[in-house]
Design a protein around this ligand. Structure first.
Ligand code: HEC
Ligand code: HEC
Length: 294
């Protein structure tokens, strides 16, 4: 380039560009750069021959090694299905009762059910299904809708008061707020309800109020009805609580618990495992005798 002059220190020519007294030396491209450029170019030629490279309309150059990511994924998937643990297809294919009678299969159900339950259900129903205020203690086996695994699976599929078209629907009316019963009557029927589970004594007035206002849903014997999803009021297991304060809130304002539908979030198989797991929790508690009678 014209205008260059020799740099007295390095002996190289300069390019003639100058920035505030700093001049650029006109040195050749370093060898290392040439080396990497040429190596990269040779490698790309080599790789292009080996691997799929150029699109050719409907097809493409397949390369000598012919690796196809689509095929890789297909192979992986096929291997995954082949290696799926056999208990999964056993649980999917067999009847509930049949599975319950198979101790080895039930071990898998307990193991995988516990994980599914911990991930999806324990947030509301408590670890191990012990329940909490507003959330039924599934392990206690005091069912609203029934505890057979087929029934539990249906409850899981559609939910309770959920947005599923087939949802189970239930409601405890708001006797106070909607002025179905006066305060004195509510207190009398509460005393009756408490007497049913052995706490305090009721009155004949309370008993009549119960027959007239509550029996249609909770049953003549107050033991609950799976047709209405109304709980047993004679046992010591409560969803919301059995003390006077909580009972008053329940009767005055009513209750309508919401259980999510799981048809969109869990597979058929996972719901089947969970139904078996929950039935087993309750059965285990009954056999152990130590069930949640609190
Ligand atoms: C967002 C809270 C919530 C989550 C999460 C939840 N549930 Fe529920 N579940 C409820 C409520 C509330 C009820 C009671 C509804 C009522 O009072 O009528 C219920 C009721 C049930 C019932 C009915 C019991 C009976 O007596 O008939 C079953 C079975 C059940 N849940 C199982 C599960 C399982 C299994 C999971 C996990 C996949 C789960 N629930 C996750 C809130 C929840
Ligand atoms: C239309 C049906 C219906 C009628 C009538 C009804 N209940 Fe209920 N009751 C329910 C349902 C359903 C639940 C469960 C609500 C829930 O969990 O969301 C319930 C829940 C309760 C609970 C809560 C139990 C717990 O475990 O915490 C009490 C207590 C109760 N009802 C008492 C009564 C009394 C007393 C009467 C009469 C004055 C009555 N119910 C009338 C349907 C009814």
């Amino acid at each position: 380039m014209s205008g260059g002059e020799r740099d007295p220190i390095t002996g190289h020519m300069t390019t003639g560009h100058e920035w505030n007294g700093i001049r650029e030396l006109n040195t050749p491209v370093p060898r290392a750069v040439w080396f990497f450029l040429i190596t990269a170019f040779l490698f790309s030629l080599f790789w292009w021959v080996l691997m799929p490279a150029w699109p050719l309309g409907h097809t493409y150059t397949k390369g000598l090694l012919g690796i196809d990511q689509r095929q890789v994924v297909k192979d992986d998937l096929r291997r995954a299905t082949e290696n799926a643990p056999p208990w999964r297809s056993e649980v999917a294919g067999r009847e509930y009762a049949d599975i319950q009678n198979d101790p080895v299969l039930m071990q898998q159900v307990r193991r995988h059910g516990a994980v599914l339950f911990g991930d999806n259900c324990a947030g509301c129903h408590g670890q191990g299904g012990t329940g909490g205020p507003g959330f039924p203690a599934l392990a206690a086996g005091a069912w609203l809708w029934g505890g057979a695994p087929e029934v539990l699976a249906e409850t899981l599929r559609v939910g309770i008061n959920s947005d599923h078209p087939d949802t189970r629907v239930s409601q405890m009316p708001a006797f106070g707020r909607d002025q179905l019963l006066g305060r004195a009557d509510i207190l009398a029927v509460i005393a009756h309800v408490r007497s049913l589970s052995g706490t305090g004594s009721g009155s004949s007035a309370g008993s009549e109020l119960f027959a007239a206002n509550c029996a249609a849903c909770h049953g003549e014997d107050a033991k609950g009805m799976v047709e209405t999803g109304a709980p047993n009021l004679t046992d010591a297991t409560w969803i919301y609580g059995g003390n006077e304060q909580v009972l008053f809130t329940t009767l005055f304002y009513g209750r309508q618990g919401h259980m999510p539908r799981w048809d969109q979030r869990l597979s058929d198989l996972d719901r089947k495992v969970l139904a078996l797991y929950v039935a087993d929790l309750a059965a285990g508690a009954r056999e152990g005798g130590g069930h949640a009678d609190h």
